[in-house]
Write a protein that binds this ligand. Sequence first.
Ligand SMILES: CC(C)(COP(=O)(O)OP(=O)(O)OC[C@H]1O[C@@H](n2cnc3c(N)ncnc32)[C@H](O)[C@@H]1OP(=O)(O)O)[C@@H](O)C(=O)NCCC(=O)NCCS
Length: 262
Amino acid sequence: MRYDPWNILRRLTDSYIRAYCVFEADLSQPRPALPPNPDLVVRLFRGDEQLQSATEALIPAGLTAEDVSARMHKGDLVAVGFVNGTPAAYTWTRFGSTLAKEIELVIRPRNHEAIQYDSLVLKPFRRHRLQFAVAAPVLDYLQQAGCTGTLSWVNLLNRPSYKNQCKWGKKRIMTVISLRLPGMKHRWNTALGARMASLFTKPGLGRLVESDTGQVLRGVAEGPARRTGNLQRPRSKPVPNSAGMQLADFIAPKPCRACWPF
Ligand SMILES: CC(C)(COP(=O)(O)OP(=O)(O)OC[C@H]1O[C@@H](n2cnc3c(N)ncnc32)[C@H](O)[C@@H]1OP(=O)(O)O)[C@@H](O)C(=O)NCCC(=O)NCCS
């Protein structure tokens, strides 16, 4: 195992202070081409009819059937990468507000945006560029379904994931510094680069919403985030992706008007 000073620093500081960068992907921009990986098959799952197949693929990857079911009932999309038939990586997308557990805030997508969350490459398969290989078909799917961008949040000290966001040309639009000192019940968060309220709300304000596991949380879940401050972006028209992705099993895009804040 390689010595990773970023990871050590993260482990030492994580209980007290965290810095999460929020990245915006503009789907109208060309994405980097991927080296071909003939061993990899990526499948996208969405909707009740694919719940069973998604659960079968994700349980070996460490998720519970309850988690998978709760997420898919919310209309989430999951991409699973299989290497020689074995589940090796996954990544989730939500079409609405999402609890960012790490900073105890609810992130709200703006119009025509989706949220990319919970990506994992299983340990034996890491360092083979699978994070991007599994996410690329998702971006294609979203683009074809009329989405213009995505939001994701990444720990500043998670260098592999951070590097990948930058390599894919995503734009860092906010950094959230999150503090919890001994004795503090809730995290204290502050935003750099943009106003916190342009993307996040605190759980505890407004309507009741459900967490992934069905647990009821208080939070504002409805409606796109307000377009304020430096996060305003003209709505770009989706253009075809030029990356020329090889996808063995691509399920046709199914825009979900009920879930998307269009
Ligand atoms: C983050 C994660 C998804 C990256 O997946 P991956 O497909 O193995 O990453 P890649 O092979 O694309 O590597 C990306 C870069 O990080 C580097 N890297 C990967 N693992 C590394 C490690 N343990 N230590 C240091 N650098 C590492 C790679 O060398 C590469 O850098 P380069 O472009 O300069 O060569 C994977 O490590 C993971 O699942 N981690 C745990 C869960 C997690 O952090 N999820 C992301 C939440 S946002």
